[in-house]
Write a new protein. Sequence first.
Length: 541
Amino acid sequence: MINPNFEGNISKKPSYYTNEITTDEDAGQQYYHSTTPGEPNSQSSNINSYTSKYPEYLFEPGTSTPTSSMKSTSPRSPLCIKDLASKSDQKFLSKYRTKYRPKMDDISKTLRRKTKRSKKFHEEVSTPKSLPFSVNLNEKLGTFSGVYVPTCLNVLSILMFLRFGVLLGQAGLLGIMSLLVASYIINLVTTLSLSAIASNGTVRGGGAYYLISRSLGPEFGGSIGAIFYFGLTLNTGMNAVGLIDCIKLNFGTISGNWIKVLPESQWYNYLWSTVVLMLCTGLCFAGSSIFARASNGLLIVLMIATLSIPLSSLFVSPFENKSLGIEYTGPSLKTFTENLKPLLMKETAAGQSYQRDSYQTLFGILFPATGGIFAGASMSGDLKTPSKSIPRGTLYGLGTTFILYSIVILAMAFTTKRSSLIVNANVIQDTNVSGLIILAGELASALFSTLMGVIGSAKLLQALARDNLLPGSSIFKQGSPDKDEPTYAIILTYLISQIMMLCDLNQLASFVTMTYLVSLLNIGIQDRIQNIFSLRTPLAD
């Protein structure tokens, strides 16, 4: 009597099979042996035994060819070569699996075909959605416009125009270059860690948070994402305040150098900053594609303004303006020598304190001017190939901005007296061949950084909410019906930035430095831990 429940998974066989019991002495197992009526038992026993031991693999009687129905149907369970009795059996099965298993080319063609046909990207609620503005991948951004340009625009900060002169006057050329190199080393190490994660698999919307959470785990990603979100909102407020500082230095009723029309006071400054922030927030509601398309033009304006600083040292004649506190010598080795060493003071154009500034204080002001390295990663949902674009664009952007910063600092050290650097925050514009060019660069840098801060922070909060990592954040996972823009997240980001603008520029810069350093330190440490213990997994789709 044959046990019908043998091995628990025996399918019905065609009527031309008869069943016998065969013992596999090598494997120590019993399984059915099928033969065909009227056929001699010289038919290869291993083929017929496969049909009984593995009923999902059926062979035509008298042949060793799988049926056509089997080719189009996936097996319920894979064949295991090590369970077969002889080497000939293993050789046969190995050839079969090689012949009929799916090829990677077929899989990739199928995925590409489905991507072209789909109208939207559908994902799990637990996965941050990508934010395509169109299904057509040709409308997405490449390395230059999607990563390199945002990185350069975000790193070339408003602080370069408003604070580099004061920092050079206090820290000296050696001091400020040391602080600049230290800042870029921190950013470079973080960028390399981020690049290793980005090249580990598919990247979607959510920027740096998505990269970290999908590679190192949601716990790591959530802890970094929450801190980094707060830092981005602080940076947004800092750029809005910095933009108003630039405007009032030219048009303020008290400190304006051109036309004195803009009322100045603590609350008036807060009002003008609010107007700028509301304008940028309104543009973000219309979609990040608006300023993404304009980013190339903004970069050209900012590059011209930045390069005009060293060029002005060659074309502007030496002059002295006592009312503005400026003594411009032109390229001079004597001026360069005087500006070489540090001279820390209490009262400068950047503000007044009760004690002398320290290198820690100066580093806190300088570091945000180099901390926009995640601007390209924040656009990950809008990139054609994020895993390639993010590492390349970010590294190229870091190299470009470091060279530009170094040239600007050297040009100022060779041409402007220390006293002028310390007492006049607008010294770069006042010694330039055209103050209008510098003002245009200040507007381009501050506006783009504010826009990027609002939309980047909102996308990060939306990604955190969709992973259910923050209690009570379910409302922020929602997006607009057409483009999935993070509407509610933008509103919250605006409210937080609005409160942060009550602080002055130096305080905001120090707060941004603290949050950025904590985030960058966590990314570096956790990436090293994953490398040591080999725990990194490919990014989840």
